[in-house]
Design a protein around this ligand. Structure first.
Ligand code: HEC
Length: 117
């Protein structure tokens, strides 16, 4: 009886070890890290969660500032300080940390946000 219990534990331990090894190999081969491009499903779920976290009122919000030389110069300094590291010095989405980020920082020159500023 005692020998049977020892055999069952040995078998369960072996199965556990093999399972952990297989999961480890699969995770390793799929580059399980935050830099890897996620699957379509993961990206879709993440973007829906991301979008639902943004209050609706921001969708229609307009920039209260008007364009003037002073505001543009000031904005340029702020952009350089707070945004350029990710969106690139020119805003074209070519960051200093190129390739290290997913999702990639948006190209702010694409025209998509032309009416926002
Ligand atoms: C830490 C990196 C980082 C910094 C700093 C950063 N951004 Fe971004 N930004 C991103 C990434 C990454 C995305 C793309 C997000 C996505 O695809 O969901 C993004 C998206 C955007 C978008 C949306 C573009 C679109 O296509 O909808 C705007 C606008 C934007 N950023 C403006 C700014 C501004 C203005 C600043 C500075 C005040 C800034 N960002 C600072 C990483 C950054």
């Amino acid at each position: 009886m005692k020998q049977r219990i020892v055999n069952v534990w040995a078998a369960l331990s072996f199965i556990g070890f093999v399972t952990v090894a297989i999961v480890g190999v699969v995770m390793w081969s799929h580059s399980f890290n935050s830099r890897a491009k996620p699957s379509e499903l993961e990206a879709s779920v993440a973007m829906k969660a991301h979008d639902s976290s943004i209050p609706d009122r921001y969708e229609t919000m307009k920039n209260p500032l008007t364009n003037s030389k002073i505001s543009l110069v000031e904005a340029g300094g702020r952009y350089e300080e707070h945004c350029a590291a990710c969106h690139g010095d020119k805003g074209n989405g070519e960051p200093k940390f190129h390739g290290l980020m997913y999702p990639r920082p948006s190209n702010l020159l694409s025209g998509r946000h032309a009416g926002d500023v």
